[in-house]
Design a protein around this ligand. Structure first.
Ligand code: SF4
Length: 279
């Protein structure tokens, strides 16, 4: 969507898919839905179709156009592993991440079973890439803890958790093989409250396991006032990124042209296999 982001833990957002459907209590006040629905019916607006899911092939090559390395949140306005996104399209998104490897990508999902299954099969080659971080959202015990198990079962090299909006005490969390944890409370109108003890329990488990901990916010209706300090301390721990050279301009333009040819806008009817096309 943008080469800048106000999200505290990323630099840019990239939305080759727009729109989604709700799957668990963490989705109740989905910011992406609220944003997208504001523009439903506005002719020519990227969210003219509101939050209805659609593929956006004209956005596929975007990271190849950014020649400064960035931390990129993939599909901040959707869920890459949503059941209505074809496997071949997911492969194309991942292929772009492999090509534009001077960026670091944060792929976050609530559809953790599909992500696990694809990382074990069609996405196996990408699973091991150090510049692609695979994460799951965790909001409560019932829906969130099983997602951690699915993530751990995936052969991902870098795994992370986004524990927000935190809706209850999670109890013991399996942090084995987890490289980074983000936590935070819900913000905005109708925000559900988060107790300090729930956050401390996560922070302490991260410390014990040696996992970097990033505390995004307390949230609430006045999130700026509530801030993001825990007992006067800001937790901004991050995982270090790998540095890889930016592709030379001529090759970059050729890659953009190839992707644009394989996925012309706006047709998404035939979905070529980009992996085979590259061989
Ligand atoms: S999965 Fe994410 S994008 Fe989709 S509805 Fe839930 S919160 Fe919104």
């Amino acid at each position: 969507m943008s080469d800048r982001s106000t999200i505290e833990w990323t630099d840019a957002t990239w939305n080759p898919v727009r729109g989604c459907t709700k799957i668990s209590p963490g989705c109740t006040h989905c910011y992406a839905e609220t944003f997208a629905e504001r523009f439903r019916g506005v002719p020519g607006h990227p969210y003219e179709q509101g939050f209805d899911l659609r593929l956006v092939p004209e956005k596929l090559a975007e990271p190849l156009r950014w020649h400064t390395p960035k931390m990129v949140f993939v599909n901040s306005m959707s869920d890459l592993f949503h059941e209505d996104v074809p496997d071949d399209y997911i492969l194309a998104v991942v292929r772009v991440m492999q090509l534009a490897n001077w960026h670091t990508y944060q792929v976050l999902t609530k559809r953790s079973e599909r992500m696990r299954d694809l990382l074990q099969t069609k996405l196996k080659l990408a699973a091991d890439q150090p510049h692609i971080w695979w994460g799951v959202s965790v909001e409560n015990r019932k829906h969130g803890l099983s997602r951690i198990d699915h993530l751990c079962a995936a052969p991902a090299r870098i795994r992370f958790l986004s524990i927000e909006p935190l809706l209850e005490d999670l109890g013991p969390i399996n942090l084995e093989g987890i490289s980074w944890v983000i936590a935070g409370g819900e913000s905005g109108a109708g925000a559900r409250p988060m107790k300090k003890g729930w956050v401390l329990a996560i922070r302490d488990q991260c410390y014990k396991a040696g996992v970097p901990f990033f505390f995004k916010q307390w949230g609430g209706v006045r999130k700026k006032q509530a801030g993001r300090k825990i007992d006067g301390k800001t937790y901004d721990e991050f995982l270090s990124r790998v540095e890889q050279p930016v592709m030379e301009t001529r090759r970059r333009l050729a890659a953009i042209a190839k992707i644009t040819t394989l996925y012309p806008s706006p047709s998404t009817e035939s979905e070529p296999d980009l992996f085979s096309a590259q061989r």
